[in-house]
Design a binder for this molecule. Structure first.
Ligand code: NOJ
Ligand code: CA
Length: 557
């Protein structure tokens, strides 16, 4: 690999780990997770192989959307610690080779933010234009709301001034008006501030909604909202050359790819592959690799320095909004048949292991897939130990329960009384008595050890970060076989999404009898014949990662 080709594009083969400080580790015993606790637990993340931490919002908040309703973009929620505690954490993370990024939530503020309070105080307040107002009664927008259980319109009447303000999300989250140059300046200052504090970039919340308000580009003829995203990226690059924008853009691939920008990749650095994720669940529900294959074959080419972020679960509902109604019902039936497991009519408020009935074979197969798919994998805290959800918590909070460190009180998250915690701990089969870091860290057969191994293999296989996906033809509907090739490395991965053991014939025409396929997750290797054919045996829900080793290869397989 040429150094001049790769530069320092650290995000291309990073391992990202998302957590909320509030639910990770409480160090002062007040029941709320804090930066001091997170700092203490960075070694767990370093051990796991995490290279980039994504912090969910840690700013002062009105606490109506778990921190996504911000009242001060420059602050640190005092319950979590101070700016000093945050900087200590970033410094310690850096020492362990871990970068830190954080949510940038600038589509909206809380209605308790001083800007909105000023804006709604009178129509001629200087902050009025920080938000989006209309005086005519709005048309029906019920079909446009993001949270249909709470909202019926994206416009809310402000009684005092008699006008309506736009809120794409909850009515307590008024949308900022990013066509206002003053708002753009404020957003840039916020980014600049956190970059100086030591962040390596941002997970950008709700990008399409943010751009929606940017239709009028000040001083530009074209009115292209993407010019605003280009401006943000260019500002980021000027302030911190290797910082990233990891965007939340849940759109069909063809529309989504526009958010990477031109072929130079001048907009978002990374985007979550929501379509790939949803197709993976449909494939698992059907024991049929076809939906996943289609999603990956249809992944559009992206700029060289850009990257897909792959994931199986995040902090929100497991959205299935890109599936057809029939497909969504199939996934509901397989993984969340009770109404209480579903949310917003489009998603599941469950974590992966309970959805797979705790079956270790299926769980491991799913994570093996995650780490072998070309892209940069993103884990949500607790996935490494197989945490479940607590449906007694409201809505999406079901999957945001305290991290389970030990089998002791509150799962070792806090010494405080249970009622003082941010939410309930998981109960039942996935409770801390059964699932915890302490129990798994010394057990070589644990899920934690397995995920650690997958991360090691992922990190030593740069082709998984750098190559596109080559789906391999083979005869079994249940099998997903793919190959990633980049520079002098090539890896074949084979996954059985069904319960029956199978033998998978593969044709790899560029290989011959001199080539060995060395198993990266187990002992042993397979030999190709002179035409590059090979048969790979798989258990039910089995998986194999095979490194292509040609004579003279110097790689430590
Ligand atoms: C997307 C975030 O992921 C979600 O948790 C939040 O509620 C909305 N944006 C509003 O900020
Ligand atoms: Ca605390």
């Amino acid at each position: 690999m040429r150094i001049t080709d790769t530069g320092d594009l650290w995000w291309k083969n990073a391992v990202v780990y998302c957590l909320d400080v509030e639910t990770f580790m409480d160090w002062n015993g007040d029941g709320i997770g804090d930066f001091a606790g997170l700092t203490q637990r960075l070694d767990h993340l370093a051990d796991l192989g995490v290279t980039c931490l994504w912090l969910m919002p840690f700013y002062p908040t009105a606490e109506k959307d778990d921190g996504y309703d911000i009242t001060d973009f420059y602050g640190v929620d005092p319950r979590l610690g101070s700016h000093g505690d945050l900087v200590e954490m970033i410094r310690t993370a850096r020492d362990r080779g871990i970068r830190v990024i954080a949510d940038l939530v600038v589509n909206h503020t809380s209605d308790k933010h001083p800007w909105f309070k000023a804006a709604r105080s009178s129509k001629d307040n200087p902050y009025r234009d920080f938000y989006v107002w209309r005086s005519d009664p709005p048309p029906p927008t019920q079909h446009e709301v993001v949270f249909p259980d709470q909202e019926t319109s994206i416009w809310e009447l402000d009684e005092k001034t008699g006008e309506y303000y736009l809120h794409r999300f909850y009515k307590h989250q008024p949308d900022l008006n990013v066509s206002n140059p003053k708002v753009r300046d404020e957003i840039a200052k916020v980014m600049g501030f956190w970059l100086e504090v030591g962040l390596s970039g941002f997970r950008v919340d709700a990008v399409p909604f943010l751009l929606e308000g940017a239709e009028v580009e000040p001083g530009s003829e074209d009115g292209d909202p993407h010019s605003y995203l280009r401006a943000l990226r260019s500002f980021l690059g000027r302030r911190a050359g290797d910082a990233i924008l990891l965007g939340e853009v849940n759109l069909p691939h063809a529309e989504q790819v526009e958010y990477f920008g031109s072929s130079d990749g001048d907009e978002l650095t990374m985007m979550f592959d929501f379509v790939g994720m949803q197709s993976l669940y449909l494939s698992m529900a059907r024991h049929d690799a076809a939906p996943l294959e289609k999603a990956l074959r249809d992944r559009p080419p992206i700029p060289r320095d850009a990257q897909w972020a792959t994931f199986v679960r995040n902090h929100d509902e497991l959205t299935l909004d890109k599936l057809t109604e029939g497909e969504r019902q199939e996934v509901f039936a397989a993984f969340g048949p009770d109404e209480d497991m579903q949310v917003f009519g489009r998603g599941l408020r469950r974590r992966l292991p309970p959805m797979l009935s705790g079956d270790p074979r299926q769980i491991r197969m799913a994570y093996s897939l995650l780490f072998s798919l070309p892209g940069t994998p993103v884990l949500f805290y607790g996935e490494e130990i197989g945490m479940g959800e607590n449906l007694a918590a409201p809505g999406r909070m079901a999957v945001r329960t305290p991290m389970q460190w030990t089998s002791g009180k509150n799962g070792g998250f806090s010494t405080a009384a249970r009622r003082r915690l941010p939410g309930p701990v998981v109960e039942g089969g996935f409770a801390p008595e059964h699932i915890s870091v302490a129990e798994q860290r010394h057990d070589p057969d644990s899920l934690l050890s397995f995920i650690q191994q997958l991360i090691r293999r992922y990190r030593e296989s740069p082709e998984l970060g750098w190559s596109g996906v080559e789906v391999l033809d083979q005869p079994h509907a249940a099998v997903f076989a793919h190959r990633a090739t980049w520079d002098d490395g090539s890896l074949v991965a084979v996954h059985n999404l069904g319960p029956e053991p199978l033998t998978v014939p593969l044709r790899l025409p560029d290989l011959d009898a001199e080539t060995e396929l060395v198993d990266l997750l187990d002992h042993g290797s397979l030999a190709c014949d002179e035409r590059g054919s090979v048969e790979v045996a798989l258990e039910g829900y089995g998986y194999r990662w095979l490194r292509v080793v040609t004579p003279g290869a110097r790689r430590l397989v």
